[in-house]
Design a protein around this ligand. Structure first.
Ligand SMILES: Cc1ncc(COP(=O)(O)O)c(C=O)c1O
Length: 453
């Protein structure tokens, strides 16, 4: 397979053959060879502090031996078994119990898949299945948010609000609608408070529901903190106002905890940090510290009961994956949750995150930084051409990409999402490593500023 477009290489969606590697390297492609703690080292021996934990996911860093041991042990015992036809495997049962014991309030059952996209895809199917089951088959539309990200399958990318991922594919599917991106810093009106902005967001959601017809809207999908949209924390009062609208029109709420779950926001779940009361919760990434591909969709008893009744009526529940509940992935996830418990991951994030948040906030004094905002160990830094008027840089100047490239030269991996720089370091990051991360980021910013002039 060949990918010559730099854009494709950036997204790393294409796996390269040996014969392509010269082009890949010539275009700045990097192949990682080794990991230790919060660092990764490339094939040429360059070591980077990984301030994105890969793709917001390697929560325990890149060298947790206990996870390798758990995988090996399980492979020797039972390397594979599925969860179909009244058969299953013990690690998946143990993991389901463990996950539910720490789940957000109201979650009752678990469906395992292999990726965040698949968990959200399953949630979409269940929204439809549920509404058929309760005799409201017209309630099929799903509302996501502009810049939201829920995955890359046909359905989950339709729920996402990422036009560059749907354009060219005939997507989003017609039953997916999108409401505002709640980026307060970028989109608030002059003099508008966070609360007033949140009320306006909820008002716009209600207008959209009314325009579509409330009897046709089945669910709302949101991440507690928008990840792929730029690490955007919700403004004060946002979820309270949004959830009131959902309740009014009897619309299910899926909390996409694929990034926020397992301590990232300074509580076990982003839902706890922001007072969400979802009907379904998807999680992945830090579930296994990303050492194995596994995701979970947790659902409430209400949805489960409807699902059981409907599948009894239909004769089967026609959904599942060959590798869903894979014993090796489940064993690794179980060990991951054990490690979180032993190291008191939430307390650790609470203890170290102010250093990161305050350090990034202090960089608002830098000429390029308009705003730095985050929670726990996730943050977004907005680069601005003119801070006073909140004027962005022209996109074609690619200032975000420039900062990302300069950080890389300084030995730091961050992610530019347009002109927002995202940070989600491994949750095990130490205070000393946070200081190093901030210093390297400052070096990258200064170098980009020098280039911009
Ligand atoms: C919030 C959120 N949901 C879903 C996904 C999709 O997960 P995956 O890439 O494992 O399919 C992602 C991926 O980054 C994500 O950030």
């Amino acid at each position: 397979m060949i990918a010559n477009s730099h854009d494709l290489l950036d997204r790393a969606t294409v796996v390269h053959q040996q014969s392509d590697l010269k082009t890949y390297r010539d275009q700045g492609g990097i192949l990682m060879a080794k990991g230790d703690g919060v660092y990764v080292t490339d094939e040429n021996g360059n070591r980077y502090l990984e301030a994105m934990a890969g793709l917001w996911c390697a929560s325990l860093g890149f060298s947790e031996k206990r996870l390798a041991d758990a995988a090996y042990k399980q492979m020797l015992e039972l390397p594979y078994y599925h969860t179909f036809f009244h058969k299953g495997n013990l690690p998946s049962v143990e993991l389901a119990d463990k996950l539910l014991s720490i789940a957000p309030d109201g979650m009752s059952k678990v469906l395992f898949q292999c990726s965040g996209s698949e968990a959200n895809d399953a949630a979409i199917k269940l929204v439809w299945y549920y509404h058929d089951a309760i005799g409201k088959p017209e309630k099929k539309k799903i509302i996501g948010r502009v810049r939201g990200y829920h995955g890359n399958t046909v359905a989950s990318v339709s729920a996402s609000g990422q036009p560059h991922m749907t354009a060219g594919f005939g997507l989003p599917l017609p039953m997916f609608k999108h409401t505002d991106n709640p980026n307060y810093y970028r989109f608030h009106l002059d003099g508008e408070s966070e609360e007033a902005f949140s009320a306006r967001m909820a008002d716009n959601l209600e207008k959209l529901i009314l325009a579509e017809g409330p009897e046709t809207v089945g669910a709302f999908f949101a991440e507690p903190v928008q990840g792929g949209g730029g690490a955007i924390t919700p403004p004060r009062g946002y979820f309270a106002a949004i959830q009131a609208v959902l309740k009014k029109y009897d619309i299910l709420f899926l909390a996409d905890e694929v990034i926020c779950g397992f301590g990232r926001t300074g509580e076990m779940w982003g839902s706890q940090t922001y007072g969400l009361k979802p009907d379904m919760v998807s999680c992945a990434k830090a579930l296994s510290a990303s050492y194995q591909p596994i995701s979970a969709l947790m659902i409430s008893e209400k949805i489960y009961e409807a699902m059981v009744a409907q599948s009894a009526a239909r004769g089967t529940f026609g959904h599942g994956f060959t590798y869903g509940g894979h014993p090796v992935a489940c064993a690794v996830a179980l060990e991951t949750l054990k490690i979180y418990e032993e190291m008191r991951i939430v307390d650790h994030v609470k203890a170290v995150s102010p250093l990161m948040q305050d350090g990034l906030k202090a960089l608002e004094a830098h000429p390029l930084v308009g705003n730095a905002r985050g929670v726990g160990l996730i943050a977004g830094v907005e680069l601005m051409a003119d801070k006073a008027s909140r004027a962005p840089f022209a996109p074609e100047r690619k200032v975000g990409a420039m900062v990302e490239a300069e950080c890389l030269k300084a030995g730091l991996i961050v992610r530019a999402i347009g002109d927002r720089i995202a940070f989600t370091p491994p949750l095990i990051i130490s205070p000393a490593e946070i200081k190093e991360m901030l210093a390297k980021f400052k070096t990258g910013l200064d170098a980009a500023l020098a280039r911009i002039g």
